[in-house]
Design a protein around this ligand. Structure first.
Ligand code: BTN
Length: 282
């Protein structure tokens, strides 16, 4: 096959089957180019593919971020990975699905740290920041009504080998790559293996955030104590941490703490922690 969804037999110097064996996933598909790895994973999910099925692409023609934003990266320079998961879901758990994107972001941050020895931060709900700049984004999609067909697709994009010129000028001070921040090339195979392991471990079930996750999110929270702005640029309050249900707590000037479930916020200081855009070329 030599079409847009051409499958690769080898990736990062090894047969794809060897990576699949190492990571213990039921199926690993590596594509030269596709529209979006999340779409491929979703189509497989709807055809009954098992939990753990993983898709990687070297390039996406319609990669997307949260809120329908565009996510683009040049061929072979990012890790573009989607994993199909079927977390245990019992009746009543639907109310707790809001924690999944937070736990997916935490898993991505931990995987990056496992591979690099760095200490990444999280901008709620799940952007991963390194040294104040956006390094990775996570997009969770799926169908999570309790039942045998429920599934979650977690798409992770990590800027691994991008150069400054790969980012549009307006993002150069707000986004980064591992190559730019660390001055070295992190192997994408090791990083992908860590992402797969962390996602699978963190997202086996639907539940509230546990004490360890709450503590870790508090430590990594890039918005805590910062003046926060909404999408229109209006100040909404001060970041007051992430609640057990995954919502962002914001202390209003009245002292009342409001919880945001679905929102785009950024920190007022324009130092990179408030990256309002999704990806390298949004
Ligand atoms: C965001 O920052 O808003 C999320 C970005 C998620 C990008 C990844 S790349 C792999 C997967 N496929 C997509 O189309 N999006 C996710």
């Amino acid at each position: 096959m030599n079409g847009p969804d051409e499958r690769l037999d080898a990736w990062e110097g090894r047969p794809v089957s060897a990576w699949a064996r190492d990571w213990d996933v039921p199926e690993l598909i590596v594509l030269r180019r596709t529209a979006s790895t999340n779409d491929v994973a979703r189509a497989l999910a709807e055809r009954g593919a098992p939990s753990g099925t993983t898709i990687i692409a070297e390039e996406q023609s319609a990669g997307r971020g949260r809120h329908g934003r565009v996510w683009r990266a040049p061929y072979g320079r990012a890790l573009l990975l989607s994993m199909l998961l079927r977390p245990r879901l019992r009746g009543g758990d639907e109310a707790r699905t809001g924690t999944l994107p937070l736990r997916a972001g935490l898993a991505a941050a931990r995987a990056i740290d496992d591979t690099t020895g760095e200490d990444t931060r999280i901008k709620w709900p799940n952007d991963v920041l390194l040294r104040g700049r956006k390094l990775a984004g996570v997009l969770c999609e799926g169908s999570l009504a309790a039942g045998p067909d429920a599934f979650l697709v977690v798409g992770v994009g990590v800027n691994v080998l991008l150069e400054a010129a790969d980012f549009p000028p307006e993002l150069r001070t707000r986004a980064t790559s591992l190559r730019l921040a660390l001055g070295r090339d992190v192997p994408r195979g090791a990083l992908a293996g860590a992402v797969v392991a962390r996602l699978r471990r963190s997202l086996a079930e639907v539940r509230d955030l546990d004490d360890e996750e709450i503590a870790e999110l508090a430590r990594r929270d890039a918005l805590r104590g910062r003046a926060l702005l909404d999408e229109a640029g209006d100040e909404i309050g001060i970041g007051a941490g992430i609640a057990r249900d995954g919502s962002l707590q914001v202390r209003l000037s009245s002292g009342i703490v409001r919880r945001l479930v679905e929102a785009t916020v950024r920190a007022r200081e324009d130092d990179g922690t408030g990256v309002p855009l999704a990806g390298p070329e949004s």
